[in-house]
Design a protein around this ligand. Structure first.
Ligand SMILES: Cc1ncc(C[n+]2csc(CCOP(=O)(O)OP(=O)(O)O)c2C)c(N)n1
Ligand SMILES: CC(=O)[C@@H](O)[C@H](O)COP(=O)(O)O
Ligand SMILES: [Mg+2]
Length: 651
């Protein structure tokens, strides 16, 4: 355990001196000759490496500290990449990356064009399945096992899934199917009792029983020893013995749920005792059919701040090793916090308000709300679909559910949005966080598709604020709106530091706001793109062009009156959004003009092109796709040939 109080130089010196084994590991093949004692030493070196590297880069420290021995044992016993290692979510794949030749790239972790924070096929042949969203590993394992058997191959298929991810509906669908097909595959359940926040749900309590059911473990071991003493037996006696063991197991409950799903259940074992892990994985390797290995781990193992608070250290920004103090940017509050505070203000006056989160109470800014209103914050686990339909029913019964969800994770609940919420026109409020680029989590987490997948659904209103004060106004608007579903989306960035109205007033639905007058074209900007538009306008002003800027704060419904007026003025128009161009807000403007029979009105959409944008900073991601003031200014100038000639006299 890396103890607090030692200086950074101690840690760095020890780290360099003590990586004697790690320096020799350039691939899994270098593990095969190690003794168990060396594996133990190597696990310590890997832990120290993670603590050191992530103190500079940040990242998912606690999840990875919890799977050091497990990952080592997998690569020691099995043969990746022939054997398929499938990591659920993939945020706990740093050790896998260290062992598969990428330890020297960890200074670039989650940086632009650097090492991805999730499994990434383009990085290594050992990365056979990508994720970022949870609960997909068992379905992937089933597919790979099916393909293997159809192709007549014989490789292993091994999924590593956490206790949190196991609460995802997809995982249960896959368990059900795997148990039916009875293919040879291994599921390793990494049970650390934590999702990001403490895990929730009946499954979590069930796993807790198994964890604590020590006497089951003892009884099972004693029984096994007894059975082993009986000379090689066949026939009836063997069947009786097996039945007795199963009934004992049933009596003592452990693992029976998985066995009912058709798995052989093995465990639980201490996931930090490499000998236990090696033994149980060897056992599992000889099981015919699907096997579930239950491994008990500690999230943050080996670094006391992370062990003490694995919720905070699930995903961490750079920190000081010796103190565990994170390096935090000082500045205006992030939109998430403004949302959380405003929700409390609203809930104090309206007891219909119920917050619903699919396993993200911290990330969604609901911790203070939960503290103040413990019965009005519902964490459903990693279950976005369930959260959506449950919110619909809450609204059906006259409550005011606030479905707080990251844009990217709302993708999981698309049918619930359409089929249960919008079609029934229910008063559900969507608080869509992480709208736009998200930075280091990269393409699996950007919130760039919610405008396209929401705006064409009837009955929904969609808003995005220009600043944190307007976010508060939008939340007020949403709570007072009783004509169906309404969404407010906001980014993973800090606000502008504007003054906050004490009593924010609701907005007129569908009305945009001109924030800058001008006659040389107009920029319709959504959310934080207003800052980009203002910078572009300043660039154009130096060339004698005054551009109008409109805060297009309602993505749906459009401000049709303003669109018609802008067309009538013949103003060249740029629509600026940090979201997919295809089907986005800009598309809806084009559709509007077409459907109104207004042809030839020049509209240029500037958004996220039809590509996946990888990890980096939000600034780098915007630069990559051209969401910059320079690009906007250039595009507007090319759209204004006549005007340019008049103003500058140049052709
Ligand atoms: C569909 C989806 N919803 C939410 C998340 C956010 N998320 C990332 S990791 C995580 C918790 C995973 O818990 P567990 O599987 O137990 O892994 P651990 O971090 O404990 O190792 C959550 C909720 C996600 N990645 N995907
Ligand atoms: C792996 C995962 O999906 C979460 O840990 C996610 O990285 C959280 O994102 P934020 O850091 O934006 O809360
Ligand atoms: Mg967990």
């Amino acid at each position: 355990m890396l103890h607090l109080g030692r200086t950074r130089t101690d840690a760095v010196r020890e780290s360099e001196e003590s990586n004697v084994l790690l320096d020799q590991i350039n691939g899994p093949q270098d593990l095969k000759a190690l003794t168990t004692a060396q594996l133990v030493q190597l696990s310590g070196e890997i832990r120290q490496f993670l603590i050191e590297k992530l103190s500079v880069t940040g990242g998912h420290l606690a999840p990875n500290l919890g799977v050091v021995e497990l990952t080592l044992a997998m690569h020691y016993l099995f043969d990746s990449p022939d054997d398929k290692f499938i990591y659920d979510v993939g945020h706990q794949s740093y050790v896998h990356k260290i062992l598969t030749g990428r330890k020297d790239r960890f200074d670039t972790l989650r940086k632009y064009k650097g090492l991805c924070g999730f499994v990434k096929r383009s990085e290594s042949e050992h990365d056979v399945w990508e994720a970022g969203h949870s609960s997909t590993s068992l379905s992937a394992a089933m597919g790979m096992a099916l393909a293997r058997d159809l192709k007549g191959d014989s490789n292993r298929v091994i999924a590593v899934i956490g206790d949190g991810a196991l609460t995802g509906g997809m995982a249960l669908e896959a368990l059900n199917h795997i148990g039916h097909e009875k293919k040879n595959l291994m599921v390793i359940l990494n049970d650390n009792e934590m999702s990001i926040a403490p895990n929730v749900g009946a499954l979590h309590h069930y796993l807790g029983k198994i964890r604590t059911d020590r006497h089951y473990q003892k009884a099972k071991d004693d029984l096994q020893q007894l059975l082993n003493k009986i000379p090689a037996i066949g026939g009836k006696l063997a069947k009786t013995a097996e039945r007795f063991k199963d009934s004992l197991k049933y009596l003592l409950v452990s693992g029976i749920l998985f066995e009912q799903f058709g798995f052989t259940y093995l465990g639980p074992v201490d996931g930090h005792d490499i000998e236990q892990v090696l033994d149980i994985l060897k056992q599992a390797d000889h099981v015919t059919g699907p096997v579930l290995v239950h491994v008990l781990t500690v999230k943050g193992k080996g670094y006391s701040p992370a062990e003490a608070d694995s919720f905070k250290w699930h995903g961490i920004t750079p920190y000081k090793i010796e103190s565990g103090q994170v390096v935090k940017a000082v500045g205006p509050p992030v939109y998430t916090d403004v949302f959380g505070d405003m929700l409390i203000e609203l809930a104090e006056k309206d007891d219909r308000i119920i917050a619903v989160t699919p396993a993200m109470p911290g990330g969604s800014g609901l911790l203070k709300f939960a503290y103040k209103f413990p019965n009005r914050m519902i964490d459903v686990g990693i279950a976005e679909q369930h959260a959506g339909t449950m919110s619909a029913a809450l609204a059906m019964e006259g409550l005011k559910p606030v479905f707080a969800v990251y844009s990217t994770f709302l993708q999981r609940a698309y049918d619930q949005v359409v089929h249960d919420i919008c079609r029934q026109n229910l008063n559900v409020i969507f608080a869509i966080d992480r709208a736009g680029f998200v930075g280091p989590d990269g393409e699996t987490h950007h919130g760039v598709y919610d405008i396209p997948f929401l705006r064409h659904v009837p009955n929904i209103v969609i808003m995005m604020p220009k600043d944190e004060n307007e976010l508060r106004r939008m939340m007020k608007t949403a709570v007072e709106y009783n004509d169906g579903p309404i969404a407010v989306r906001y980014p993973r960035i800090a606000g502008l530091g504007v003054e906050l109205d004490k009593d924010p007033q609701p907005l007129p639905i569908g009305k945009w706001e001109t924030v800058r007058e001008g006659d040389s074209g107009v920029i319709l900007a959504v959310g934080p793109m207003l800052q980009v538009a203002e910078e572009a306008a300043e660039l154009l002003k130096r060339e004698g062009l005054n551009v109008q800027i409109v805060n297009a704060r309602f993505i749906k419904p459009l401000d049709e009156q303003m669109l018609l007026a802008l067309a009538a003025e013949g103003k060249r128009m740029i629509v600026l959004e940090e979201g997919a161009e295809l089907g986005g807000f800009g598309s809806s403007v084009l559709e509007f003009y077409s459907l109104k029979g207004i042809y030839g009105h020049p509209v240029r959409i500037i958004g996220v092109p039809d590509i996946f944008v990888e990890h980096g900073t939000i600034k780098e991601q915007r630069q990559e796709v051209g969401l910059t003031a320079e690009r906007v200014a250039t595009e507007l100038k090319t759209m204004l040939p006549r005007l340019m000639k008049r103003v500058t006299g140049q052709p």
